[in-house]
Design a protein. Structure first.
Lengths: 624, 251
């Protein structure tokens, strides 16, 4: 057993590099699949005034927008684009198909030159294609003759089969459309789903195309979503695109889309009953599984077509159509607009504006400058920025040149008119007004004056107005503002700390210089000095001096309490406000007695000292 | 101690002077390249100065001009915006920034509060910050001076009260301006016209649309080489590859 595991481990060690190498080689082979670019016309001969359809198919990588070279008298109009996927064994390869209507009003032999396309950074070119434009009334190619004489035959053989749902089918459903009709020019967002039977191998041979010419398909998403779903008991791989359809003329038309697909499915209807050979799998339970494996594979070019849905297309109302309406259908608003600050009559300047919203941006032209009689405008350049996956919402920026015809102050604004299919009415929106001062005199004009000589054509590029380089090197600084740096908190802290410190110092100063406090301190000092004098007199046996000093101390205390000058307090005042038995009155009487006649010698008796202490204590206790 | 500190300080000063002299020489060389129409070379030289010598307003401005001449409007707007952080009232810079925005068709917000925006943008965020910090320091110093020396004279008291009120008004205005512009720290500029906002931060995630080159966006989050952005004035928000967007304040 141990030996068996050991052999198995070595076998895995040997097998691992082989498997990895095989996978690398497989990746290399898959990645080496070259990109392809092919162009073909659906017919090579058309009458004058009628178009042929040019299909440019790019597969195997992400491609740039192709540019069809210009040919004199030959009109090339884009009719739509679609992006598809090729699914083989779960591997997905993207492809893009651009459709153009090509034709001319002038009969003759034309050649569409080689079309250059950049795919994943590499340039590819198609072969030139010839187109013969016959004069009106000339013989048409008879019906039944393959119109594409120069095109490649369909791969896989056989006529495309549009009705057999074994190979899948296409559905189309509106997205958030609450009306049963659309207006001419309106883009109705739709969800397009290709239902491929699970297990089938499918590759798209064309982009999604509208059936008939009543509708045009727009902005089909270039990265479809893939899901697996079960419908009517069958499992399907569902590829979902989003796009928009719009009608070009009023009426009731069937709307349908189609896509050419090469599908390989097992033909279970053609499977042979399995012969019973005995053994463990010889059981009816395994019949279905083995019969499916034995069923032959059918590969076929089919056209998946959605069911016709009749859609009413209403013409835009003629009533209430604004003068500036140029065909925009949707719901739009001004995002921003800007114009030069300096204007002079006859001199061109640049104006830029951006509108956003939902609707048919392809039909949107630049807004009008108002007042219209004061300005001449030139054709604009517009650039669309999609805002959602189906390019139904987004914004469009315009740049155009304008020349003021009138000098002086002006209130300038942009106005834009569109038809709102939700409300069924025309709307005109106006940008915020800018106040301008246009220098110069009014341009004197006849009918063509402004368009011709007095006005310079706006030929100068913006870069020519660029202010030049700064010659001096500035000192280095930080891009990060102080508020986002820690120093900011430190500085605020220091400022706050200084405020607090200043407040504390100011409070201390006010406390120290308080007059009541100063007066109290002075009183205490003189009282203390008087008592000290009294003490010294007592020690010296000077009775008169003792009583005079002690009397003064009591007067100071009473003066502070009664808010009177100390020297003005007499025994009469004290007798009037303090009881006669109080130590203060008794001491004051004794002091008066000694001051006005009674002379004693031989020292201060202790009871006088005690009476003084009682009097001071009485005053300190606040009894008076 | 002083004897050891002094040579170090002198070396530091000399080193700084030497670096500035090198930047100055490179700056003059880049200007010369610009005037010789070698815009790409000049841009590379300016970038080198910024990498070695730190942010200079004039270098960012001149770099923006190079990118403008090269038609790289996203990079031009980014350089001008960075210069505007340092010299917000430079008329040359404002004129060229407007040209770049016009060329890229990259507009700012429509501006519901036009006067408020104009007032708040008159000073840079750095200058508003210094106004607040200076006001706080002034008020603190004034309070300390009043505490220590007092204000014995009436005229002195009135002057001090007026100055304190002025400082307080400046601080309030600065705080209001910084609050109004609080989102600017997250501003970024879209560098590529092929930039696509994606549903998830993966290269193969579904595209939700393109914000357009030069567009100022709000960067809200960052995840594995992608930044979550919101495009002001639109409903477009999602993940944008880091190579396609750069914050105005560098990462």
């Amino acid at each position: 057993m141990v030996a068996l595991f050991s052999i198995s481990g070595r076998f895995h060690k040997l097998l691992k590099p082989v498997v990895v190498g095989f996978m690398l080689a497989a990746c290399l082979v898959l990645s080496c699949k070259a990109a392809e670019v092919a162009a073909q016309l659906d017919r090579n001969v058309v009458p004058a005034g009628s178009p042929a359809m040019l299909t440019l198919r790019i597969s195997g990588g992400r491609a740039s927008q192709p540019e069809i070279p210009e040919v004199p008298n030959l009109m090339v109009l884009p009719r739509g684009q679609s992006h598809g996927v090729e699914i083989v064994n779960g591997n997905m390869t993207t492809s893009a198909t651009y459709t153009y209507a090509v034709g001319s009003n002038t009969p003759g032999d034309y050649q569409i030159p080689a079309i250059e396309v950049t795919v994943d950074g590499k340039k590819f070119t198609t072969m030139p294609i010839k187109l013969k434009v016959l004069a009106n009334g000339a013989a048409q190619p008879p019906p039944g003759v393959a119109p594409n004489a120069g095109g490649a035959p369909p791969a896989g053989g056989g006529e495309p089969d549009a009705g057999d749902k074994r190979f899948g089918f296409l559905t189309i459903s509106p997205v958030a459309q609450d009306r049963s009709y659309v207006y001419v020019g309106e883009i109705a967002p739709v969800r397009i789903q290709a239902w491929i039977p699970a297990g089938a191998h499918a590759s798209l041979r064309s982009g999604i195309q509208p059936e008939g010419k009543a509708f045009t398909l727009h902005h089909v998403s270039d990265r479809p979503q893939q899901t697996e779903e079960i419908k009517d008991g069958k499992r399907y791989l569902v590829v979902t695109w989003y796009g928009g359809i719009s009608a070009t003329k009023a009426g009731k038309y069937p709307a349908a889309l189609s896509v050419d697909v090469n599908v390989a499915v097992r033909d279970t209807a053609a499977r042979q009953p399995r012969r019973r050979m005995g053994g463990p799998f010889d059981d009816p339970f395994f019949d279905s599984m083995f019969d499916d494996m034995n069923a032959p594979v059918i590969q076929k070019d089919v056209t998946l077509k959605s069911d016709d849905q009749e859609i009413e297309v209403r013409a835009l109302p003629t009533d209430g159509k604004p003068a500036g309406f140029t065909g925009a259908v949707g719901d739009f608003r001004f995002d921003a607009w800007d114009m030069s600050a300096q204007w002079r009559t006859g001199e061109p300047g640049q104006i830029a504006a951006r509108l956003s919203g939902t609707g048919n941006f392809a039909l949107m032209n630049a807004p009008d400058l108002t007042p219209p009689d004061a300005w001449k405008t030139y054709p604009s350049k517009g650039e669309f920025t999609p805002g959602d996956i189906a390019s139904f919402a987004g914004s469009k920026s315009f740049q155009f040149s304008a020349v003021p015809r009138k000098g002086g102050p002006q209130d300038v604004a942009l106005s834009f008119s569109f038809f709102n299919p939700k409300s069924g009415t025309y709307q005109t929106i106006t940008s915020p007004v800018k106040k301008l001062q246009v220098a110069g005199q009014d341009v004197v004009e006849d009918n063509h004056a402004v368009a011709d000589s007095p006005v310079k054509e706006p030929a100068k590029k913006d870069e020519d107005y660029l202010v030049g380089q700064h010659p001096a090197l500035s000192s280095p600084a930080s891009l990060v503002p102080l508020v986002s740096r820690p120093e900011f908190r430190w500085l605020l802290g220091i400022g706050g700390g200084l405020c607090v410190l200043g407040g504390i110092i100011a409070w201390l100063r006010a406390w120290r210089e308080d007059p009541a406090r100063v007066a109290r301190k002075a009183l205490e000092r003189v009282t203390r000095e008087a008592l000290a004098t009294a003490g010294r007199c007592a020690d010296a046996g000077d009775v008169a001096g003792f009583f005079a000093a002690a009397r003064l101390a009591i007067q100071h205390r009473l003066g502070a309490l009664w808010n009177q000058p100390a020297q003005a307090i007499t025994l009469a005042d004290i007798s009037a406000r303090i009881p006669d038995e109080s130590p203060v009155s008794r001491f004051f009487r004794e002091a008066d007695r000694h001051a006005y006649g009674y002379q004693s010698a031989g020292g201060i008796p202790p009871h006088w000292q005690a009476l003084l202490d009682d009097a001071l204590a009485y005053l300190t206790a606040g009894a008076c | 101690m002083n004897m050891k500190f002094l040579p170090g300080l002198i070396c530091l000063l000399l080193g700084n002077l030497s670096a500035f002299a090198a930047d100055l020489a490179a700056f003059e060389q880049a200007n010369h390249e610009f005037h010789a129409d070698q815009f790409a070379t000049a841009a590379a030289t300016y970038e080198k100065i910024l990498a070695t010598g730190g942010p200079h307003a004039t270098v960012y401005y001149n770099l923006g001009n190079c990118y403008q001449r090269l038609g790289q409007y996203g990079h031009a707007i980014l350089a001008y915006e960075r210069a505007r952080l340092l010299t917000p009232r430079d008329p040359d810079l404002l004129a060229n920034l407007a040209l770049a925005r016009k060329a890229a068709a990259a507009f700012g917000d429509s501006g519901e509060h036009r006067y408020m925006d104009a007032a708040a943008n008159y000073l840079s965020r750095n200058e508003w910050s210094w106004l607040i910090a200076g006001g706080a320091l002034f008020l603190g110093g004034l309070a300390a001076a009043c505490g220590i020396g007092g204000l014995p004279r009436r005229s002195l008291r009135q002057t001090a009260i007026a100055a304190a009120a002025l400082a307080l008004v400046g601080m309030i205005a600065g705080t209001a301006a910084l609050y109004h512009r609080r989102d600017e720290a997250s501003h970024g500029v879209v560098l590529s016209d092929k930039a696509e906002v994606r549903l998830s931060p993966f290269e193969k995630a579904d595209s939700l649309g393109s914000p357009g080159v030069g567009r100022t966006v709000h960067i809200r989050d960052h995840n594995g080489g992608f930044s979550y952005i919101e495009v002001p004035g639109t409903d477009l928000h999602g993940w944008l590859a880091d190579k396609d967007v750069s914050p105005i304040l560098s990462r």
